[in-house]
Ligand binder design. Sequence first.
Ligand code: ADP
Ligand code: GLC
Length: 480
Amino acid sequence: MRILHAASEIFPLVKTGGLADVVGSLPPALARRGLDVRVLLPGFPAMLDGIADLRPLMRIGPVFGAASVTLCAGRLPDSRLPAYVIDAPFLFRRKGNPYIGPDGHDWSDNHRRFGLLGWMAAHLASGELDPEWIPDVVHAHDWHTGLTPVYITQNPGLRVPTVFTIHNLAFRGIFPMDCNYDLGLSMRRLNPHGVEFHGNISFMKAGLVYASKITTVSPNYAREICTPEFGYGLDGVMRDRAGDLSGILNGVDYAVWNPGDANILEPYSADDLAGKKACKRALQMEFGLSTEARGPLFAVVSRLTSQKGMDLLLAALPELLQQEAQLVVLGTGDGDLEAGFRYAASVNPGNVAVCIGYDESMSHRFMAGADILLVPSRFEPCGLTQLYALHYGTLPLVRHVGGLADTVVDINDETLAQDRATGFVFGEASRHALGARIREACEFYRNNGSAWEKIQRKAMRQDFSWDDSAANYEQLYRGL
Ligand code: ADP
Ligand code: GLC
């Protein structure tokens, strides 16, 4: 069975968040199950540089405002999986963030850039671009590829089924209606039953309406997005398509994320946690934090946004400090939140430290060195960092929402007695609820040394590898 994955990011070449981790690890997991999997990616500079054995496959005339578009073929660096790359210099050869220009605003031609991505996926599906390899199913990820199912269904002769995966419904890919002069969607699609969203075009809605099947990245988020609270105005569409919607939990690539990985100072395991203490000390020293603190070391590795509840954390910080705990933050995002964390670090030297930036290797050191990873999200489709933290014996403290609720078992009398507990969970998105759980986590840390280690081992032995989830995707493809 031939499966084409279309996406805008892939680890380790281009990554702004969890989407890249998933696109980098799900296709190889499917290939290990015997499926014939390829990926289609936009030709950002890092893609062109990082894909091995890249060669031109087909020159395509001027389309989507680009004079030259060439479909290239090569192989992914680690898995050696076949990859198609769209080399359209006018649209994609730009340095920096894939979506945002140097002025901090979305590139004004994003509809053409990602319209082309969906259009190419459809033409690969038709067999016109590579007659040697025609997919049986096209699997498109997030709004960037949302037009894929539309272009496919616009061709009455094309019967290739599509799967569309929502990684984050908050990003809906909205563009003014007149962008359709560039996109060429049929007039019959430009209404509220089609791609129109309040007078605009939404790439996300396009994927939701026209895909054969819809998935999202956790069972709980699949339920949540059918409600107005989490639906971002698309909950009606989600309810209409509930019969075709399912939640499949993301997996972790444990070859990349494990406490013996190349970024870790002193490797450790569930059987021998000694190295973790050294990793904590090293992290404290790297950031000028006291190594004498009585409380636990909390860490954040995250986009600094309100989705991630980072404003709640800033507001709850006094509670954390009262417990003689420490906080270390790695992230980038909203200017106000960045400034807030910088200020907190400047007035609490030795106890709060912040790195505003994006650093893959440092994120591993955080996972290994911290006692507790904070993920107080307002909404969270799946969340990967809590899964990584578990595997490093760093207990997650998360809000009971989305995939966080599906993956972390709260520490309480009942779950402790059943030996199921893996982290700290709180309910309400308020600084009081977060602050209270932080205080309880600190008390537990101080008073339950041996129980803490037992929970760490339990956490480290959780299995969130791709095995089950890849099997679920395979089943979905076979059904199509
Ligand atoms: P999201 O995709 O919503 O940002 P996820 O938890 O699914 O959230 O994935 C986030 C990914 O991005 C993880 O791999 C995490 O380690 C990584 N990440 C986030 N911020 C940073 C940062 N500042 N430096 C390095 N990695 C980061
Ligand atoms: C999105 C979501 C995150 C999820 C990731 C990968 O960025 O915000 O929760 O883990 O996609 O699916």
